[in-house]
Design a protein around this ligand. Sequence first.
Ligand SMILES: Nc1ncnc2c1ncn2[C@@H]1O[C@H](COP(=O)(O)OP(=O)(O)O)[C@@H](O)[C@H]1O
Ligand SMILES: [Mg+2]
Length: 375
Amino acid sequence: MDDRDDMTAADAFDLECTGIYKDFGDFRAVDDVSFRIPSGTFFSILGPSGCGKTTLMRMIAGFEDPTRGDIFIKGASVLSVPPNKRNVKMVFQHLALFPMMDVYENIAYGLRCAGTPKDEISGKVADVLARVALPDLARREIHQLSGGQKQRIAIARCMALNPDVLLLDEPLGALDLKLREAMKIELKLLQHQFDTTFVYITHDQSEALVMSDYVAVMNAGRFEQVGRPEELYHSPKTAFVAGFVGDSNRWKGRVLDVRSDGVRIETDVGLTVVGTPYGEKAIAQGDIAEVFVRPEFVAATKPGESVPQAEGENTHTGTVDSVLFNGANSRVLVRSPAGTLIEADVVVTGGGEDLREGDTVRLSWAPAQSMCFSD
Ligand SMILES: Nc1ncnc2c1ncn2[C@@H]1O[C@H](COP(=O)(O)OP(=O)(O)O)[C@@H](O)[C@H]1O
Ligand SMILES: [Mg+2]
């Protein structure tokens, strides 16, 4: 699509924010945020606690006015539309189901408030319960539901009203780890099922990566990068994104020189690493820079085994400090002679399974897999 198509098809975007700011006194909670979300997208806003996620969502829902900027739903500005008239629904962390009503009444209540004709209500409740795969639970009391069922009912209650956008503010926050894992997949399936745009807030990068079509990484009120999960993971534009999305070996140091085949960095921990410039800021000799290497790109081999790339740069011999066994996701922590710990994924079928504490290993990784950012 070129820009002109975008303009004429403005309502192809369920949600668009342009230059949104929110100041609380002299504190800026949201700082010049712009984005737009095509219809039927699972869009996550990922960032640490306090970065402004809830504030942004409350402005979209209409509970808070932006200090500056505009918000469009299906192409129309909603700044002057009160929250109950915006076709947006919000699921909160504690779900806010009414404990004194059963499942049916929880869903019907919203429909009545929205003025749905009486004879349509029971059909709509049955339909939405079928779509969340809980057709037989209409007469259950809320306290009789499991955590996962409550989650689905909270979503069903919103979806019965057919919103253009469903906002979810850390809805898995109160669940235990095992249930969170299951609900991640379930939420994604529900979003497909309804084909409605979900805007999902989280501080948990693994949730955002697994579920989303697009993720916005937010830091101190700003969007640092918006992209597909694999883009954020493999092509981060800032050191913040590289550090926040996925696991990394992370070092800081000084740039020794910049050559066509890589940037040489002398790290604080005594390793010299050859890397590749990432991000928009140029890297020059003498700069302070940060390097990130994902554990899965670090190959661990025993002396005598062949190294998957030419020996030389980014090859370090060390001693296995600990083996972190986790099936196919097992890792080793290797201590270099200078004492630095380097984390490497071990491919269990590739010969790494017999690594033991105290073994001597060689670690190597390609300069292309070392992402460098100027500070
Ligand atoms: N009503 C308010 N008045 C003053 N400061 C606020 C208000 N709401 C939020 N903040 C501040 O704005 C920042 C962002 O908060 P919030 O949007 O809740 O962050 P997140 O949801 O990312 O954890 C925080 O520093 C918070 O203390
Ligand atoms: Mg919040």
